[in-house]
Design a protein. Structure first.
Length: 255
């Protein structure tokens, strides 16, 4: 049985005010990827747009595949055992379950969160023809002790027929508008950072070293992306020693 092939990223940890040129480049790349993923909508069950955004952002060497459940897979290395690193693509939101006579939309939640945070906020209904603006209607939940009614959205239609004429239909998803916003230094804010940050981290893993069992060296020929150093190892202790040596700028055995 072949040993697992592992990749390690060697990154320097520096204070924000001492960023090197390389660190600044990595941060800029991470922000560029994260901003695009954060501003892409994909409520649970309709993650397709986010999946396609991730595929467009993958490096040229990455070969991806999508399974029947809609999961996007990128495989690196070969052998056994297999290690899976996961970042979910979906975000919290709502699904349209009904259109009332007055044109307002009945909703069901997709994911767990505090619904009252959406009251009185802008809404977007995601349709095949584009997004339709609306508002999450406030409920009589502030001064009463009973369970508030479910949230509804008003797109300004005034009737069921006019709402449907605008392209609204059952099963469509609804969210609040969102935007990636840069803050001071390396910080940023926005909705659905969970788990677009995880997807960004996987895309920008920054691996510069590829550890492989010595016997697997022939299999790596022609399969290693540019900028990735292949190190042949025989034991775990040697792998750790080689990583320390690389960090210190010392030579290590390679394929």
């Amino acid at each position: 049985m072949r040993a697992v092939v592992a990749a390690a990223a060697l990154l320097s940890v520096l204070p924000p005010y001492r960023l090197s040129a390389q660190d600044s480049t990595r941060i800029a790349e991470a922000q560029s990827v994260l901003a695009q993923l954060v501003e892409t909508y994909g409520v649970s069950g309709t993650e397709g747009p986010v999946r396609e955004a991730v595929k467009r952002l993958l490096p040229s060497w990455a070969k991806s595949e999508t399974d029947t459940a809609g999961n996007l897979w990128v495989r690196v290395g070969q052998g056994s055992p297999v290690v899976v690193v996961i970042a979910h693509l979906d975000e919290i939101g709502f699904r349209v379950t009904g259109i009332r006579d007055d044109g307002t939309l009945e909703l069901e939640t997709r994911g767990g969160f505090i619904s009252s945070l959406f009251e009185g906020k802008p809404a977007l209904v995601h349709t095949d023809q584009g997004d339709i603006a609306g508002v999450f209607l406030p409920r009589d939940s502030g001064f009463t002790r009973h369970t508030p009614p479910p949230l509804r959205v008003d797109v300004g239609a005034g009737s069921r027929a006019k709402a449907m004429a605008r392209g609204v239909s059952l099963g469509q998803t609804v969210t609040m508008p969102k935007q990636y916003v840069r803050l001071s230094g390396t910080r940023a804010t926005g909705r659905s950072f969970d788990d677009r940050v995880g997807a960004t981290a996987q895309r920008n893993a920054g691996a510069t070293v590829f550890l492989t069992p010595a016997g697997n060296c022939p299999d790596t020929a022609g399969a290693i992306p540019a900028g990735l150093k292949v190190v042949k190892v025989s034991t775990l202790s040697q792998a750790i020693s080689d990583l320390e040596a690389l960090k210190a700028g010392k030579p290590v055995p390679s394929c």
